[in-house]
Design a protein. Structure first.
Length: 280
C-alpha cells in the first residue's frame, strides 16, 4: 500500500448545477436510483469539471446515471470529485459504437439517407490511421470488409456536432448499440453474431466539449470516454447526509470531517498502480 498522497478534491454541490455533456438514456435512471436508495449510500462520486461561464455550473464527465438518479430521488445535493479542465491526469478519448441487429447494408443505407452526410468508400487503413480531417464525422467498418468515411461540408464545431448527432440518431433506435475500444472486426464478429458494423467516432478536445455544453448543446450518447487519475472510488457516502436539511456550507464541513475520520482510521488507500476491481 502506497502512502496517502494529497486527496482529490471532493465537494458537495447542488445537483441542479450539474449539466450532462451527452444525451442520456432515461431508462437507465430508475434501477440505479433504486440501488442507491436501497444501499443508503452513493458508492462512487461522479466526476465534474467547472464550466467556463457565469452560472457556477459543472459539466459531468463521468457518472451521468448517478446524477440523474440522485435528482430523481429528490435529493438537492450530491458529492462529486471536482477536476479542473487542465488537470494533467484528465484524459479524453472517443468510444467506438458496435452496432448490431440489422444488416450492414441497412446501416450504410441509413447514412446515405442523411442529406448533410457524404458517404465515401475507404479501405482498412482508416481503422489504424483515422482520417484527421476537419470534415470527417466517423469511419464505418462492416463485416464484409467494406469501409466508409462519413464526411460533412460543415467546418464550424456546433454544426459538425449536430450533424454527428444525426448520424448516431440514425442507428441508435433502429439497432442495438454497445460502446467499445475494440477495433478488430474478427474479434467483434465472435462477440456479436449479428454485427452490423463498427462506427468509429472522431476525437474531440476537452475545451471543445466545454464550449458545446456551454452553448446548450449535447454530444451523441456514448461518444466520449473521460479518464482521471487519481480517482475516488468506493466512497460510500451516506445518502442521509446529502438529504439532510442543512446548508450547503454545513454539508461540506461535514463531508470534510467525515473524510478526516476515515483517514484517521486508516480506511483510505491509494494505489499508484493500475488496478482491477472484482467487486463492482
Amino acid at each position: 500500500m502506497t502512502k496517502i498522497r494529497d486527496l482529490p478534491l471532493l465537494a458537495i454541490l447542488p445537483a441542479d448545477k450539474l449539466i450532462l455533456h451527452e444525451y442520456h438514456d432515461p431508462q437507465r435512471t430508475p434501477p440505479i436510483a433504486r440501488a442507491i436508495r436501497e444501499s443508503g449510500t452513493l458508492r462512487n462520486p461522479p466526476i465534474v469539471v467547472p464550466l467556463r461561464d457565469e452560472t457556477n455550473s459543472y459539466m459531468v464527465l463521468d457518472g451521468a446515471n448517478r446524477v440523474t438518479a440522485i435528482q430523481s430521488l429528490g435529493i438537492e445535493h450530491i458529492v462529486v470529485q471536482v477536476v479542473p479542465a487542465d488537470d494533467p491526469g484528465l484524459g479524453l478519448t472517443p468510444w467506438h459504437h458496435v452496432v448490431w441487429g440489422p444488416s450492414s447494408s441497412d446501416l450504410v443505407d441509413w447514412m446515405l439517407a442523411l442529406p448533410e452526410v457524404i458517404v465515401k468508400p475507404g479501405d482498412s487503413d482508416m481503422m489504424t490511421h483515422y482520417p484527421q480531417s476537419l470534415h470527417t464525422l466517423a469511419v464505418i467498418s462492416c463485416p464484409n470488409n467494406e469501409y466508409y468515411q462519413l464526411l460533412t461540408s460543415h467546418h464550424k464545431l456546433l454544426q459538425r456536432m449536430q450533424t454527428l448527432n444525426r448520424v448516431v440518431d440514425a442507428y441508435k433506435d433502429r439497432a442495438t448499440l454497445d460502446r467499445t475500444l475494440i477495433t478488430d472486426m474478427e474479434s467483434l464478429e465472435k462477440i456479436y453474431p449479428h454485427l452490423s458494423g463498427l462506427v468509429m467516432l472522431p476525437q474531440f478536445r476537452i475545451d471543445e466539449i466545454l464550449y458545446i455544453v456551454s452553448e446548450g448543446y449535447l454530444m451523441p450518447p456514448g461518444s466520449t470516454r473521460f479518464t482521471i487519475s487519481p480517482r475516488v472510488l468506493h466512497l460510500n457516502f451516506p445518502l442521509a447526509e446529502l438529504a439532510e436539511d442543512k446548508s450547503l456550507e454545513d454539508k461540506n464541513i461535514a463531508l470534510q470531517a467525515w473524510m478526516n475520520a476515515r483517514l484517521a482510521a486508516k480506511r483510505v488507500r491509494y494505489y499508484a498502480e493500475s488496478t482491477y476491481l472484482f467487486d463492482e
